[in-house]
Design a protein around this ligand. Sequence first.
Ligand code: NAP
Ligand code: MG
Length: 477
Amino acid sequence: MQLNYIANASVPSSSGRTIAVLDPSDGQTFEQIQRSNASDIDSAVQAARQGLDSAWRKFSAAERGRLLMRLSSKITENAEELSQIEQRDCGKPTRQAKADALALARYFEFYGGACDKLHGETIPYLDGYSVLTWREPHGVTGHIIPWNYPMQIFGRSVGGALAAGNTCVVKPAEDACLSLIRVAQLAAEVGFPAGVINIVTGYGHEVGDALARHPGIDHISFTGSPSVGTLIQQAAALRHCPVTLELGGKSPQIVFADADLDAAVPAILNGIVQNAGQTCSAGSRLLVDQAIYESLLARLGAEFENLRVGPASLDLDLGPLIRQSQQQRVWDFLSDAHVAGIPMVAQGRVVDEAPQSGFYQAPTLLRDVPFDHRLAQEEVFGPVLCAMPFKDEDQAVALANATEFGLVAGVWTRDGARQFRMARRIRSGQIFINNYGAGGGVELPFGGVKSSGYGREKGFEALLGFTTLKTVAIRHG
Ligand code: NAP
Ligand code: MG
């Protein structure tokens, strides 16, 4: 049985209730987590406040940085254990689970190194005055983490918040808690004071909601669906609490006729297959120059047919989806496609070793998807790629921008001037030219426009969001 982690101690929920933890590869229960409630959130927020006032505030920036770096090393040492935990809890193929653990270590390394480089300014002003700005932590920050990349999203959000001097209360998704509980224990082992990192597990509508409403939370960082993002903003608005939101996307991969297809094809595949398509920045819409539409679809179709799906431990191209309701969600989209007469180009295959009780979905390539159909508008969050042709650059831009989202876009062309024009005209938080994702570097600010959210995580930029600026004006004559 897994417990909450509050003030460097493992504690049960005051409710005495638990939630079953399933392995998505076989659908079987193998663990229990706490079904916490508002009073557990209250205990965690109090612990975080005490940790801030009694210890964390007194650390110099350099000392904070050294501690974050120590945690980074500890995570690297324990990467095998963490990735095994994640593989079972989330159904991630071995390589993905390992990559997530190492990315988490890299976040703590990056933010550890950034702690003592974050500073304010002096501002020239009236004679007799000196004016300076201080970057101060918000205080206690709340982090609501989704299930698709728990370790990576913890790294980018909690890593940045700690570096800026905040203490944290974390609510992981109920489907993906185990690795984060372990990371909090590792943090205590390397010397993080009690109350700096607190983990409370439970349902979103219970503990997530309690965290968003708690008056002791000074900033909320949320990654998840647009609908819950709205609820978070409403709760935060009641007490004017600042929020950072990352709400996913419907990101286009735009391929012009002059593109290097040998580079584009593997990146297009990976952009929708990675983590079984359960990626906020998945390249889920394929916009193709009509001159190469048929030939590119033929090539991609052959690649899709070679893709294999199976239990996480087999480390195939795709593991299972996170849970049965997510599998049902993907089926619903595909059945809508069928009803609308949207043609299927190709599908991968679920291997025979995959238990019937696991949550598997074969990757699917659809073509001629009308731009206003829900398949081309809504986040499927599964391995479904929707292709559509365009006739010229203007139409490519119009289609790229024709959703409520704006998180990431990929553009494939050898024409240098067009690369810049496209980068300027697409409304999106990140644009990748002749690549997709740039290896996911922690240095690269990440976040969206429109319904993809606002605020930035990752990179140095994130530290600005995890601080508040104080202006100090001194009249000395
Ligand atoms: P979700 O409900 O938005 O969950 C995200 C996080 O918010 C989880 O920790 C969840 O907790 C919590 N939460 C849920 N309801 C809450 C509430 N009323 N107040 C506060 N916190 C709350 O997303 P989901 O249902 O897991 O997935 C549904 C769809 O969201 C996906 O199919 C996908 O389209 C999108 N999504 C996007 C991202 C992304 O990276 N942008 C990540 C995940 C999902 P519990 O899960 O424990 O209830
Ligand atoms: Mg699980």
